[in-house]
Design a protein around this ligand. Structure first.
Ligand code: EPZ
Length: 433
């Protein structure tokens, strides 16, 4: 783990000796971005919520600490085997709880407690999440939706104060696709009086996974996965046991490790139906990418063909795979134009990839990648979760040795990535600070 007891970060690094073709199969963890909203949803339940398949990640530990501060009892139960960890959450009395800045600033997903606290207790006080490395990431859509449902919100000393005697159903149209905005309001609407229509809703599989959990808890929801979600308020929600979906972003990262090294990798547990855009781009780049019993397999033998990528809300190409795919395109046979349409500053991996010999020109939200025959290992600095993964992939394919510093960014979203890559034949070790 990267954290010392008091949550301070240690500066572990990865040392990667590149050039090995990765082959074999490895397990994909439960999806971080499905576990976090599921943990928030437990605040709505009058009984225990058990989440099965929870990876050991820093963000999940942080969210567990937040729920503890909000009065919940959070226990980790050894699961039925690896990757089957069970998180059991029993909400307590969060009436006077506050989500503090020092926790929220490290994890923006904390905003997901806003809807549940308002719906269950009629009030919430959470620190306004600051921006983060990849962008300003405002939460205006969350707040406007809650106000349309009758909540009063104000900002004082960096904290959002929200209150509502009783939330009422409303017709809400999002200005843009927002994943946690859709999740927050869907949760708030489950206990509101009347029916809520969420239009221009996000269609990510993680939103659908949350809807499945809420329905298991007694919520009346339909339309998840489409542009309009309809939620009919009920009086209360009970506990449930929920098997969380596989992490499609981690799966894409592991499969790209196979593709970039010219290997043959199977991501066990991955659900191909949630990965169409990524698998299609892998095929266009000259790799074989197919659903196989129990997972998804990617193989590449020929040259990497340069392809263009434009990130978009689901089912488009996921922004969370953009950095990893760019590393892959650095070794393409021509030009690849990569456009990032979701976040305003998600090219921080470019400067680091250039240090390895990559040829990348950035103009606004577009990066033009001219493929080169080889990347060479170098000391690199991780800056955010998915950019770190991009640097690891580049290191796996580069000649020589690559050191990736500040991999605490990586530990936020990938459980013991070095073990999984080693099981596929990679030469990668974690060096403690
Ligand atoms: C979720 O973040 C994910 N996090 C992100 O994954 C992911 O990159 C992102 O969705 C996009 O898919 C979790 O699910 C915990 P958004 P979220 O609201 O919900 C703008 C990772 O690597 N916007 O869909 O915060 C926003 O600025 C993380 O695991 C507003 O303007 O993203 C962005 O440009 C990184 N106002 C766009 O919408 C709002 O009120 C999409 O953001 C909300 C969003």
């Amino acid at each position: 783990m990267d954290e010392t007891g008091n949550g301070a970060l240690t500066l572990d690094i990865f040392v990667i000796k590149g050039g090995t073709r990765l082959t074999g199969a490895c397990r994909v963890s439960g999806a971080k971005n499905a576990v976090l909203p599921a943990m928030a949803a437990s605040l709505l339940a009058e009984g225990p919520v058990e989440i099965v398949g929870v990876p050991r990640l820093r963000d999940i530990a942080t969210f567990g600490r937040l729920l503890g501060i909000l009065g919940a009892e959070v226990t980790h139960e050894g699961g039925a085997g690896e990757g089957r960890e069970v998180l059991r959450i029993l909400s307590g009395d969060a009436r006077n709880a506050v989500a503090p800045y020092d926790l929220v600033k490290t994890m923006r997903a904390s905003v997901l407690v806003l809807g549940p606290l308002l719906a269950r207790y009629g009030r919430a006080r959470i620190s306004l999440p600051g921006g983060c490395a990849i962008g300003a990431r405002p939460i205006d859509q969350h707040l406007r939706g809650l106000e349309l449902m009758g909540a009063k919100t104000s900002l004082s000393e960096g904290y959002i104060e929200a209150s509502a005697d009783l939330l009422s159903g409303a017709a809400i149209t999002f200005d843009m696709k927002t994943v946690t905005g859709t999740e927050n309001l869907m949760m708030a609407a489950t206990l509101a009086k009347g029916t809520t229509f969420l239009k221009n809703a996000a269609k990510e599989p993680e939103v659908c996974d949350l809807a499945r959990l809420l329905r298991a808890m007694g919520a009346d929801i339909e339309g998840e996965g489409t542009d309009e979600i309809v939620v009919r308020g009920v009086r209360s929600l009970h506990g449930a046991r929920h098997e969380v979906m596989a992490d499609r972003i981690e799966a894409a990262t592991l499969l790209l490790a196979g593709a970039i090294t010219g290997g043959d990798v199977t991501a066990m547990g991955a659900d191909a139906s949630t990965m169409d855009a990524v698998l299609e781009k892998l095929r266009r780049s000259g790799a074989d990418a197919d659903a196989v019993p129990g997972g998804v397999r990617v193989r590449r033998e020929g040259p990497i063909r340069s392809v263009n990528v434009k990130t978009a809300p689901y089912p488009g190409f996921p922004t969370d795979v953009q950095a990893q795919f760019m590393a892959y395109m650095c070794l393409g046979d021509g030009f690849s134009v990569i456009s990032e349409t979701i976040f305003e500053n998600r090219f921080m991996h470019v400067a680091e990839l250039r240090r390895m010999g990559a040829r990348i020109d950035v103009s606004g939200n577009m990066a033009a990648v001219r493929g080169v025959p080889e990347l060479s290992g170098a000391p690199l600095m991780a800056t955010d979760l998915r950019a770190s993964a991009s640097l690891v992939l580049a290191g796996l394919a580069a000649s020589g040795t690559t050191e990736v510093l500040r991999i605490y960014h990586l530990d936020r979203g990938y459980e013991a990535l070095e073990h999984r890559l080693t099981s596929l034949g990679a030469d990668i070790v974690r060096v403690k600070e």
